[in-house]
Write a protein of this length. Structure first.
Lengths: 179, 498
């Protein structure tokens, strides 16, 4: 048997919907496990990415920590895939890009009624938010993009099985969607 | 010794302590981390669950047309998008003055219970079963769904197929498995055709059976490890949940019921359209997630727990026979010890999954699903509040829409936010029980995460905040008519709304 390919996945400024779509390959997941093994991923307890064949990232970049994790993935993954609208364009979270972050924080945590002790969270444990949400390819090189919000389980299955078989992944009719 | 362990929220002298971080918290949905501060003798001095991401839904939805809310806001969360889809739709039902047609309400209920099924299956099988089946400090390389597939292939397969079925119910009713479009202000945009119904009916018997077996697994785990499951991260707390008018478990609609930690009712069948009279929020500097509390009790002691454990223990009955039988067994078990146990969450969650499967089966036999009367619109209103019981607990959506159909205000209190303080209490309790004074290992640290996972937190949902609901005072005359309205704007000034 060939050595299993090692896959890492993470969600940055995303909703985990792309990871749910990944699980939407349903019972094909059981077949996939004969071919691959998982490194860092929300479904394992590996907290940092080691050397991997494939890295899959959903979500854009909204804070400093996202940047560090993205670099960790780029450094360790031979092939890096941006999956879903947020990773590719910033997606819905990027709707905040036309707003001033400082005044938003003030509104939410300081001046909103119904608050017992208003103050803006500022503990050093909280990563600093960026003033804008960015897509992944503005920060590192991305090898493949799978569009959709989210892409379907079928699209993810086709893409991965092509890649694992050593072919250039190709999403045919009905497998590319943008909603 | 116990004195210094009493409150682990804030250490007196953090500068002299050693920091240990669990980052990211894994096998949960969303982005969080835990920090521990320990002294030179490995005694725990501070434990915090931080929500580290800040997004912007409540703010950037302002200015969007109201009918976009159900499809936009569901993008808070890819695990339970249907929750936000439906809560926003219920709020928009009020905006458009709708009374739902039977077809619309039943299609939405089917969608919602499909989601309860898939989300609970995902949580139990894909995320938590590795801890429960292998042990909290078992080998980290195998402590995941891949390990479960290898060791318990039949259980893993049933988990995968239960989730698949729930996702298929969502696809049929919403058009898409993740981020569908089926629910709209005033109703739904499609019914369930006879072919679709037959397709779903094909496997529902099996799904009910597997759900029943899952309750059995959850119960067996509790029975076989009774001391551990009774005590692990367990603490006393108030509860909050929706109940139907007759006291039954209902995850789609009802009134709010709050009970204190001794079981006394604080309020019951409370009209959720006035939730702000009973729920306030606190802010702490070390988390972007707020800390809600019952207004009558105050921020120090007014925090509470939501979700399956609260719902199953606080409802008067479950209106489907198999789940009701299991609820009775759960409540009676070992003198009721599971009903207050943090790990009792898993058992309660599986009872709800069984209930969802039974309800789906009932609904599929209802000819109203094939009705063609999908939308009902009445007199337009300016304010809408939608509340449901999402898989993780009570979910509140609140919008104000202007005469141009644009959303001008939005406030969301999501399930996981309600559990913020409760999750922090649970991990502090685990720190006292397992971490204090011991050499830290990966397995010990996983105990902290096991306690967090019991709540099934959706940390993505919990990071939506950005935006505000200004204070608004309405002066009503004796017959309930509005005499005057005052708003407090973001700069704190009071003014009359336009």
């Amino acid at each position: 048997m060939n050595k299993k390919l090692r896959i890492a996945t993470t969600s940055l400024a995303g909703c985990f919907g792309c990871h749910m779509s990944f699980l939407d390959i349903d019972e094909r997941l059981l077949a996939l496990l004969d071919l691959v093994e998982f490194d860092r991923s929300p479904i394992t307890d590996i907290k940092h990415c080691g050397p991997c064949d494939i890295g899959i990232i959903e979500g854009g970049i909204c804070n400093v920590e996202n940047v560090h994790v993205l670099h960790e993935f780029r450094k360790n993954c031979k092939i890096l895939i941006a999956i879903g609208s947020c990773a590719i364009t910033g997606g819905l979270p990027a709707q905040r890009n036309h707003l001033d972050l400082g005044s938003c924080l003030t509104e939410v945590y300081l001046t909103e009624p119904g608050l017992a002790h208003g103050h803006i969270p500022n503990d050093p444990e909280l990563p600093l938010p960026l003033d804008k949400v960015h897509p992944l390819h503005e920060v590192v090189k991305i090898d493949y993009f799978i569009p959709g919000c989210p892409p379907s389980g079928d699209a993810i299955w086709k893409f991965l099985t092509d890649l694992i078989a050593g072919k250039t992944p190709e999403l045919g009719h009905g497998l590319i969607n943008y909603d | 010794m116990t004195e210094k362990l009493d409150n682990l929220e804030t250490a007196a002298h953090p500068e002299n302590l050693r920091r240990v971080a669990i980052e990211p918290v894994s096998r949960v949905e969303g982005h969080g981390k835990v920090t521990l501060l320990l002294d030179e003798n490995d005694h725990v001095r501070q434990v915090r669950l931080h929500i580290v991401e800040f997004r912007g839904f409540e703010k950037f939805i302002q200015g969007r047309p109201y009918w976009e809310a159900p499809v936009m806001v569901q993008r808070l969360c890819g695990i339970c998008p249907v929750s936000h889809h439906i809560a926003a739709s219920k709020a928009m039902d009020m905006i458009v003055g709708a009374t739902l047609t039977p077809t619309a309400e039943k299609v939405r209920r089917l969608m919602h219970y499909g989601q309860i099924l898939q989300s609970h299956a995902l949580h139990f099988f894909h995320l938590c079963s590795p801890d429960l089946l292998f042990g909290f400090d078992s080998d980290v390389a195998k402590r995941n769904i891949v390990g479960v597939v290898a060791a318990y292939p039949e259980i893993a397969k049933q988990g995968v197929l239960l989730r698949k079925y729930g996702q298929e119910v969502i696809r049929v009713t919403a058009g898409k498995r993740v981020h569908g479009t089926g629910s709209i202000p005033g109703g739904v945009n499609k019914n369930v055709s006879a072919e679709e119904r037959d397709y779903l009916l094909k496997d529902i018997g099996q799904v009910v059976e597997w759900s029943r077996a899952a309750v059995g697994i959850a119960r067996q785990l509790f029975e076989q490890n009774l001391d551990l499951y009774n005590n692990f991260g367990t603490f006393k707390t108030h509860t909050l949940n929706l109940v139907r008018a007759d006291g039954a478990l209902d995850l789609y609609h009802g009134g709010l019921r709050a009970r204190d930690m001794d079981g006394n009712t604080l309020f019951d069948h409370y009209d959720y359209r006035h939730y702000w009279d009973v729920i306030f929020e606190d802010v702490k500097p070390w988390s972007y997630m707020k800390f809600p509390f019952l207004r009558s009790l105050g921020p120090e002691t007014g925090w509470y727990r939501v979700g399956p454990l609260s719902r199953v223990t606080q409802c008067d009955f479950i209106p489907t026979p198999l789940a009701e039988e299991q609820r009775k067994a759960f409540v009676a078990f070992n003198g009721g010890s599971a009903t207050g146990a943090t790990l009792g969450f898993h058992w309660a969650r599986m009872i709800e999954m069984l209930h969802a499967a039974e309800l789906i089966q009932q609904l599929l036999h209802d000819p109203d699903l094939q009705g063609n009367d999908l939308v009902n619109i009445g007199k337009r209103q300016a304010r809408g509040v939608g509340v449901i019981e999402a898989p993780r607990g009570t979910l509140i959506h609140h919008y104000k829409v202007d005469d141009n159909d644009q959303i001008v205000r939005c406030n969301l209190i999501v399930s996981t936010t309600h559990n913020n303080q409760a999750m922090n209490e649970a991990i502090r309790q685990v720190a006292r029980q397992y971490i204090d004074g011991r050499k830290l290992t990966e397995g010990l640290l996983n105990h902290i995460e096991v306690a967090i996972r019991a709540f099934d937190p959706c940390l993505s949902c919990a990071t939506h905040a950005l935006g505000k609901m200004p204070l608004e005072v309405e002066l009503l005359d004796v017959s309930g008519g509005r005499v005057d309205t005052l708003q407090r704007s973001s700069d704190g000034a009071f003014c009359s709304p336009d």
